[in-house]
Design a binder for this molecule. Structure first.
Ligand SMILES: CC(C)(COP(=O)(O)OP(=O)(O)OC[C@H]1O[C@@H](n2cnc3c(N)ncnc32)[C@H](O)[C@@H]1OP(=O)(O)O)[C@@H](O)C(=O)NCCC(=O)NCCS
Length: 157
């Protein structure tokens, strides 16, 4: 399979920084987020307070995005993701989310995965629907989606 996940660790910080900077407008980054150096990214990832399980999304071994599992209240997790604008529209986010959900279930024993999507981000909603998520709440500026992994119904926490 061409798309795979690998831990996003300090050895990938230089490549990650280059891809992130190219995507500053695609990702609506603030100037300070855009200008973060590889060393600053690596230091943030090494901070024990930064509890996210971080993955680089690889296409044939090249970094094209990122997906995170945020341990909001284990075994409940929240998911976040982005794909390099040069590689969107080909199902890669859909695959990356599927692989992260598989990891959450098999390696973390997750019972629930949640996602928050800003109103109007139809592509992201399509990614979630293709992965079996259901919209469970409208929270004003964004909507919450849920994927139950414990056989229960979709629910708002
Ligand atoms: C949202 C985002 C992650 C989508 O990434 P993506 O890789 O383009 O997503 P996918 O390709 O899996 O799905 C999007 C489109 O690709 C097409 N597609 C899906 N599977 C496909 C496949 N197997 N083959 C070809 N095309 C496919 C579909 O047309 C789909 O569009 P749709 O919205 O009409 O259904 C990306 O645009 C992004 O990084 N946006 C900025 C950050 C962001 O919004 N992150 C999400 C926060 S909630």
């Amino acid at each position: 399979m061409p798309v795979s996940l690998t831990s996003l660790t300090a050895d990938l910080a230089a490549t990650y920084t280059e891809v992130l900077r190219r995507n500053a407008s695609h990702l609506n980054l603030t100037p300070s987020e855009r200008d973060r150096t590889p060393e600053e990214h690596a230091a943030a990832w090494a901070d024990p307070a930064e509890g996210n399980i971080r993955f680089a999304v690889l296409l044939d071994g090249r970094l094209i995005g990122r997906v995170d599992l945020d341990p909001v209240n284990p075994p409940k997790y929240s998911i976040g993701y982005w794909i390099d604008a040069d590689h969107t529209g080909r199902g890669h986010a859909t695959t990356a989310v599927a692989l992260a959900v598989e990891h959450a279930l098999d390696e973390l024993g997750a019972t629930d995965v949640y996602a928050g999507v800003t109103h109007g981000n139809h592509t992201s909603v399509a990614v979630l629907h293709r992965n079996g998520f259901t919209r469970v709440a409208d929270l004003g500026t964004y909507e919450r989606f849920h994927l139950p992994l414990d056989g229960g119904p979709p629910r708002n926490p």
